[in-house]
Design a binder for this molecule. Structure first.
Ligand code: ZN
Length: 163
C-alpha cells in the first residue's frame, strides 16, 4: 500500500476538487504520540476525502483503521490499541470567523485550513483527540517499583509494603 506519511496538501483545494488521498501511515511518523510511548509504533490505513458538507462548507472526511502500539500508563508494558476512527473536519479558511461552539455539530471538528497541510500531523491531531487520557490495559498490575536505593525490586516488596 502507498506510504502517505510525507504527503503535504492544500486542504481547501482538496475539498474543492473532491480529492482523495489514501494509503498507509506509520505511527512512528507522529512525534506527538511519543507522549504516550517512548517508541510509538504500528501502521494505520488512512483515507482522506474532500468535499462539501450538507451546509455547503468545505470539509474533509478522515477514516483511520489499524493498530497503535503504545505504552500502558499503568504497567508500562507494550499496549496494542486497535483504532477505528471516522471524523469530519470542517475547514476554516484563514481570516474566516471560527465557528461558534454551538453551531458546530458534534459530528465535525473545526480545523484551520492550510495550503501546506501535513497529512501525518492532521491524523496525529485526530488520534490525540480520540485517545483516552491514560491508555492502559483493561486489567494489569502496577509494576513493582523499589525504593530510592536503586536495588532491583524484591519479589517480596509488595508484601513488605503491605505491612
Ligand atoms: Zn498494563
Amino acid at each position: 500500500m502507498r506510504q502517505i506519511g510525507g504527503v503535504v496538501f492544500d486542504s481547501l483545494a482538496l475539498a474543492r476538487d473532491n480529492g482523495e488521498v489514501s494509503g498507509s501511515l506509520a505511527v512512528a511518523q507522529m512525534p506527538r504520540l511519543a507522549e504516550y510511548a517512548p517508541a510509538p509504533g504500528g501502521e494505520l490505513n488512512c483515507s482522506l476525502r474532500g468535499g462539501r458538507g450538507e451546509d455547503g462548507r468545505l470539509c474533509l472526511w478522515l477514516t483511520l483503521s489499524g493498530q497503535l502500539r503504545l505504552t500502558c500508563q499503568r504497567c508500562l508494558q507494550a499496549l496494542e490499541l486497535p483504532l477505528q476512527l471516522e471524523s469530519r473536519l470542517l475547514l476554516v479558511p484563514a481570516g474566516a470567523a471560527w465557528p461558534d461552539e454551538e453551531l458546530v455539530d458534534d459530528s465535525a471538528d473545526a480545523i484551520a485550513a492550510s495550503a501546506e497541510q501535513s497529512l501525518a500531523s492532521l491524523v496525529e491531531e485526530e488520534i490525540l483527540l480520540a485517545l483516552p487520557l491514560a491508555p492502559r490495559h483493561e486489567s494489569c498490575a502496577l509494576p513493582v517499583v523499589d525504593g530510592a536505593d536503586g536495588r532491583p525490586p524484591s519479589p517480596f516488596a509488595a508484601l513488605v509494603r503491605g505491612k
